[in-house]
Design a protein around this ligand. Structure first.
Ligand SMILES: C[S@@+](CC[C@H](N)C(=O)[O-])C[C@H]1O[C@@H](n2cnc3c(N)ncnc32)[C@H](O)[C@@H]1O
Length: 266
């Protein structure tokens, strides 16, 4: 484990945290009554929340598998969340046992459960950095202890950018600049377009609970990929990104307000 020596390990149960709310939607047990309360309030105004969380998680699996099958052997996943099997390293190392993975998150509860993420193959490596995505110097410095940043890396921020204001455009451009040609950027986030009034209420619930929230349209989201080559099918609803049988079945129950994209650095 890296970068955790001075990290806060106190879990604040007085207000909901995004990682734990998401864990409740995924059916996990690492959440508290405050998290369940917000998760249920959101579900009451946006009935897609549980399906959206699960669809988002499956997108991460498909994107990582796709990139591992294309030969990517290094993964930097920021905003990892509470471990939920299969985790990213299990997907990547399922394709290539030598894949190296670094996880990063800023929530003490993710740090507390990080041991469950550090169970990779002997041939590969799995590491965890406790840090804020807005501190790229720390994340990249610590990631470089186990990743070779001169070689391509798949950088993923899955369901994270909706917690970041528009400074995130420059922030992500800086991360991509630091990566080698042939690297990839994997993103998903909440979009208001499917049901604007519902997502406005979701945003209000997050904001009043202390979590800034920034849904983005597909056009706004697409700006994160400026200068990169989007993989087919481009920016699209998360269920439409190279769907498999489970996604096609889920889509029959209706769309979810999460959009996604994967792009390659030239
Ligand atoms: C909705 S969860 C997504 C988890 C996982 N990426 C997935 O899609 O299944 C968002 C995660 O981002 C983390 N997060 C939010 N803001 C962050 C920040 N500023 N820096 C690092 N992680 C952050 C939260 O702690 C949480 O674990």
């Amino acid at each position: 484990m890296t970068g955790s020596e001075t990290a806060p390990t106190t879990v604040d149960t007085s207000r909901p945290h995004p990682a734990r709310v998401y864990d409740w939607w995924l059916g996990g047990k690492d959440n508290y009554p405050v998290d369940e309360e917000l998760a249920r309030r959101i579900l009451a105004v946006d009935g897609t929340a549980v399906r959206g969380a699960k669809a988002n998680r499956r997108f991460m699996h498909r994107a990582v598998r796709t990139l591992a099958e294309q030969g990517v052997r290094q993964f930097l996943d920021i905003g990892t969340g509470i471990p939920t099997e299969p985790n990213l390293h299990q997907v990547a190392q399922g394709v290539a046992s030598g894949a190296r993975v670094v996880y990063a998150d800023n929530d003490p509860i993710v740090l507390r459960h990080a041991q469950a993420l550090l169970t990779g193959t002997a041939e590969g490596s799995t590491d965890y950095v406790h840090a804020d995505v807005r501190d790229p110097d720390t994340i990249l410095r610590l990631a470089a202890e186990s990743l070779d940043l001169e070689q391509p890396v798949a950088l993923s921020l899955v369901a994270l950018t909706h917690y970041l204001d528009d400074d995130a455009y420059d922030l992500l451009a800086g991360y991509v600049d630091a990566l080698a040609p042939g690297s990839f950027l994997v993103l998903s986030q909440v979009s208001p377009e499917l049901d604007p009034p519902a997502i406005e209420r979701v945003s209000d619930f997050f904001r009043t609970s202390g979590t800034p929230f920034f849904p983005r349209t597909a056009a706004e989201f697409g700006r994160f990929f400026a200068g990169l080559d989007l993989l087919e099918p481009g920016v699209c609803p998360v269920l439409d990104w190279r769907p498999e049988a489970e996604d096609e079945a889920a889509a029959k129950e209706g769309a979810v307000p999460v959009i996604a994209g994967v792009a390659r650095k030239r």
